[in-house]
Design a protein around this ligand. Structure first.
Ligand SMILES: *[C@@H]1O[C@H](CO)[C@@H](O)[C@H](O)[C@H]1NC(C)=O
Ligand SMILES: *[C@@H]1O[C@H](CO)[C@@H](O)[C@H](O)[C@H]1NC(C)=O
Ligand SMILES: *[C@@H]1O[C@H](CO)[C@@H](O)[C@H](O)[C@H]1NC(C)=O
Ligand SMILES: *[C@@H]1O[C@H](CO)[C@@H](O)[C@H](O)[C@H]1NC(C)=O
Ligand SMILES: *[C@@H]1O[C@H](CO)[C@@H](O)[C@H](O)[C@H]1NC(C)=O
Ligand SMILES: *[C@@H]1O[C@H](CO)[C@@H](O)[C@H](O)[C@H]1NC(C)=O
Ligand SMILES: *[C@@H]1O[C@H](CO)[C@@H](O)[C@H](O)[C@H]1NC(C)=O
Ligand SMILES: *[C@@H]1O[C@H](CO)[C@@H](O)[C@H](O)[C@H]1NC(C)=O
Length: 367
């Protein structure tokens, strides 16, 4: 209900009566096409919310009375304003044109408006539809989410606008995957670590540029040691053992030598930790440093370990003093003298499957 209707309830009857008296009986029947007689209103008017709409009616000098109506409410009759809505103003009332303007148009202004005239004592009307468009707007969107791998997620993006906007979801980073849903809802069952990253909801209609919002999806998973490097170093040289693990949240690392934990700050040894990497650095390797070391990577979802060996290298000559032996998790036995195993405490079943080949390998190597 606009100002006209709500403020002038008692007027309603009066308005209709006045209309009858005046001449104006809106028939709601649009002018027949091809009918050259007046009034001739413009085609439908489309404006965006907040803009002004001009309603124009072309007339001629045979016209004796004119009015613009919103449904059955008179807005203007001649130069007289009949409605209280300050947004409605008279633009022109000449012998050829009768126009009003509706300022700051809102969605409830949408609908039929009628130009009504009296020509040669015959009332005639012409109807124009005011269509109000609204830019898309995202009114509700899921918050950033942190979830453990394997769980289900459901993201929501609710948008408003006129016409009704199209809503889509895209997976945009770490690498752009493209559309994952052409809908307000995005459901992912059994989410994987590859599905983590930024998701973008886009709402578009042809009124304005699409609006986008992002949701960050963090997928947590237990550590996985991807690389553990054993090293051969001569006595008196610098040696480094390196352990790489991916995990979300980032893994914390601990080093053990023969089941004894190495405490940080031990003389001549330094541990360097980064989110996905830990280095055990020996500044001046001595005989008793050689042996088997275990790197343990852990986060709140689990832990895993890998063992690697610092072994003696007998030719302390050339510039390349370090001989690094690369091993990866899935190829545990590689290279002379280097021992590397990856134990996966998060997967007991997988551990048992690995146990057999490992035992066989142990046996084989003993001969
Ligand atoms: C037109 O009529 C509708 C319905 O009564 C009302 O909500 C709206 O405010 C009116 N608009 C104008 C410009 O009079
Ligand atoms: C004007 O708008 C009305 C209502 O949306 C529609 O029924 C009519 O076909 C439109 N007329 C033109 C000429 O676009
Ligand atoms: C994920 O959704 C599937 C299918 O609706 C359901 O069977 C499963 O229990 C859900 N998993 C979790 C962790 O909620
Ligand atoms: C390494 O340690 C040995 C024995 O303690 C010592 O003789 C040697 O000078 C050290 N080397 C360096 C570079 O510190
Ligand atoms: C290191 O581990 C390997 C295999 O587990 C074993 O054969 C070797 O004797 C160990 N070396 C030391 C110094 O404990
Ligand atoms: C890894 O697990 C195997 C048994 O699964 C065990 O024999 C081995 O000692 C473990 N390695 C380390 C470094 O703990
Ligand atoms: C390494 O993992 C194995 C198997 O899960 C476990 O038995 C062992 O205690 C772990 N070693 C360390 C130092 O955490
Ligand atoms: C550890 O277990 C997880 C979960 O079962 C598995 O995805 C991963 O491949 C395993 N890592 C290794 C090194 O076996």
């Amino acid at each position: 209900m606009g100002v006209c209707g709500s403020l002038f309830q008692p007027w309603k009857c009066l308005v209709v009566v006045s209309l009858r008296l005046l001449f104006l009986v809106p028939t709601g029947v649009p002018v027949r096409s091809g009918d050259a007689t007046f009034p001739k209103a413009m085609d439908n008017v489309t404006v965006r919310q907040g803009e002004s709409a001009t309603l124009r009616c072309t007339i001629d000098n045979r016209v004796t009375r004119v009015a613009w109506l919103n449904r059955s409410t008179i807005l203007y009759a001649g130069n007289d304003k009949w409605c209280l809505d300050p947004r409605v103003v008279l633009l022109s009332n000449t012998q050829t044109q009768y126009s009003i303007e509706i300022q700051n148009v809102d969605v409830y202004d949408e609908g039929p408006y009628t130009c009504s005239v009296q020509t040669d004592n015959h009332p005639k009307t012409s109807r124009v539809h005011l269509i109000v468009q609204v830019s898309p707007k995202i009114v509700e969107i899921s918050s950033d989410i942190s979830i453990n791998e394997g769980n289900n997620i459901s993201l929501t993006c609710i948008a408003t606008g006129r016409p009704e906007p199209t809503v889509t979801w895209r997976h945009i980073s770490p690498k752009a995957v493209g559309f994952v849903s052409e809908d307000e809802y995005l459901e992912i069952q059994g989410i994987t670590r590859e599905q983590s990253g930024d998701y973008e909801c886009s709402a578009s209609n042809d009124v304005a540029a699409p609006v986008v919002r992002r949701v960050k999806v963090t997928v947590n998973y237990p550590p996985y040691i991807s690389e553990a490097k054993g090293t051969g170093v001569p006595v008196g040289q610098k040696g480094t053992l390196q352990c790489e693990a991916s995990a979300v949240p980032s893994a914390e690392f601990q080093w053990y030598k023969d089941d004894k934990r190495l405490v940080e700050g031990k003389k001549g040894v330094k541990v360097e930790n980064r989110p996905f990497l830990s280095k055990l650095i020996f500044f001046n390797v001595s005989e008793h440093d050689y042996g088997n070391y275990t790197c343990v990577a852990s986060n709140k979802l689990g832990h895993t370990n890998a063992s690697l060996t610092l072994f003696e290298l007998n030719e302390p000559t050339s510039s390349t003093l370090l001989q690094e032996v690369k091993t990866t998790a899935l190829t545990p036995w590689k290279g002379p003298g280097a021992v590397s195993e990856v134990n996966n405490s998060t997967s007991r079943r997988a551990g048992c499957i690995w146990l057999l080949p490992l035992l066989v390998l142990h046996l084989l190597l003993k001969f």
